[in-house]
Design a protein around this ligand. Sequence first.
Ligand SMILES: [Mg+2]
Length: 253
Amino acid sequence: MKTTGENSGSANLLPAVLIDFDDTAAEQNVAELLLKRFGDSTWPDVRLRFRAGEINLKEYQEITFRDILADQVTMQDYVKSHANLRPYFKELREYCLAHDIPMAIVSQGLDFYIRALLDGEGFPQIPVYSVNTRFTPRGITYEYRHTRPGQEARGNSKGLVVDRYRESGHYVFYVGDGISDFEAAGRTDVLFAHRTLAEECVRQGIPFQPFTDFSVVLQALEEYVGNGHRPGAPAAPGDGPAGSSGNRGESQP
Ligand SMILES: [Mg+2]
């Protein structure tokens, strides 16, 4: 098993599985699915500015969703009927539940569409670390609860979430696809990557395992547990997900 973090080889750490959402847990980029269907006509121009590096992901997302032409329920219904979770997500989740292994979504996307797909596919209990939104008569408001101090302008930090799990004694399996996952990629214990994240990891020499579905993650987890790394119950280290995208009944960092 290829590993990257300093917990590598440490005995008896409780595993935790952290999974990016768009193009990872979900087979689709659900944010783009919504923008293509409901976005203001200018959203592709905003995406060009984002891709050119003129604005960051946080700004791109806030601008494009602020002008969206649909209400929350309409978009959530659309997600439930047009998006799906990647194969073996359910099996991975069941294995984690059976072994008391924390499993959470870590996304720079928006809680309402992540929750819609998870709830729609029967996973309302999975904690979600994402952007917390509120739909108001004046449009969507955004709240960032997982930012690095001094770097609030960049939005939530996936690396920060990984750090919290590791600091609380977890051996972290991370799964992702994009540049926003790169910060987490270098800090996790075991990395699964595809698409842009995999290309970047190759460029920068960060070890990873490729994936097309969650069967390889499940296999690695079974191997880790089978090697005597017994699940336990380390204390939660601090702020967990909260609010509408929050922790619904599981003990998480
Ligand atoms: Mg992604």
